[in-house]
Write a protein that binds this ligand. Structure first.
Ligand SMILES: *[C@@H]1O[C@H](CO)[C@@H](O)[C@H](O)[C@H]1NC(C)=O
Ligand SMILES: *[C@@H]1O[C@H](CO)[C@@H](O)[C@H](O)[C@H]1NC(C)=O
Ligand SMILES: *[C@@H]1O[C@H](CO)[C@@H](O)[C@H](O)[C@H]1NC(C)=O
Ligand SMILES: *[C@@H]1O[C@H](CO)[C@@H](O)[C@H](O)[C@H]1NC(C)=O
Ligand SMILES: *[C@@H]1O[C@H](CO)[C@@H](O)[C@H](O)[C@H]1NC(C)=O
Ligand SMILES: *[C@@H]1O[C@H](CO)[C@@H](O)[C@H](O)[C@H]1NC(C)=O
Length: 184
């Protein structure tokens, strides 16, 4: 009785394994052809412009954490401007769309997931994905590049970022991003 139950179980498991590998094979069959050139290192500098208030605000605080300890738990959603320079008139090449959370209970350190969405220039149509810890107490912060699409398929690398200025009057923060990315 027990033995035949075990046999049935093995047959069911085998069928499941076979059907899932068939699905994978089908997915590979329909995949578009992909030819990778040689991997290259590209380095460039961008400026992220964040406007925290007013009709052109690029940030919204989606959730405020612990009211008595606001350092922890705040969630912001960003659609910051990515430009070639720090001035408001600089050429815009895309947006930094991100989820930014105050994830430390002891200091101002953010856990961020960011997509650099390029809408102009050499990388128009491509997206670079960054995920990491942004410790605001450090002058220069480093975060990993974890991938991307378009020109940044299979990419890896890191960004180094520094806040250039915080203007309390027009509520603008500008941060410099030095990008070092390996891609094909
Ligand atoms: C918002 O941006 C537009 C276009 O750049 C500008 O004309 C306007 O003055 C800005 N509004 C504010 C409140 O800064
Ligand atoms: C909020 O933070 C305060 C101070 O750190 C702490 O005493 C309290 O337990 C926290 N409340 C919640 C709901 O986490
Ligand atoms: C939470 O993060 C924001 C950046 O989104 C930062 O300006 C602020 O200082 C942080 N809050 C605290 C209390 O650390
Ligand atoms: C905010 O003010 C600073 C300093 O005056 C200026 O450089 C910057 O262009 C202004 N930003 C915007 C969006 O108006
Ligand atoms: C960026 O790419 C989009 C989609 O291909 C295209 O419509 C747009 O004109 C391009 N923009 C520039 C400035 O090249
Ligand atoms: C970015 O690179 C420039 C040129 O090497 C350098 O002056 C600047 O300090 C760097 N910024 C950061 C945040 O690493």
């Amino acid at each position: 009785m027990a033995a035949s139950f075990q046999t049935n179980l093995i047959i069911i498991l085998l069928a499941l394994v076979l059907s899932s590998s068939a699905t994978i094979a089908q997915e590979l069959d329909i995949a578009e052809p992909l030819s990778l050139g040689s991997e290259k290192l590209t380095r460039f500098r961008l400026y992220l412009h964040e406007i925290s208030e007013g009709s052109n605000a690029t940030v919204v605080y989606a959730a405020v954490g612990n009211a008595t300890n606001p350092v922890f738990g705040t969630v912001a959603v960003l659609n910051d401007i990515l430009a070639l320079g720090p001035e408001a008139s600089s050429k815009v090449v895309g947006r930094a769309q991100a989820l930014s959370t105050n994830a430390s209970q002891t200091e101002s350190a953010l856990t961020m997931i960011m997509n650099f969405v390029f809408t102009d220039g050499k990388f128009n149509g491509s997206v670079l994905t960054i995920a990491g810890r942004n410790d605001l107490n450090l002058k220069v912060r480093e975060m990993p590049i974890v991938g991307g699409i378009g020109a940044f398929r299979f990419s890896r690398g890191y960004v180094r970022t520094s806040t250039i200025f915080i203007n309390q009057i027009n509520k603008t923060v500008v941060a410099e991003y030095n990008v070092s990315v390996l891609h094909y």
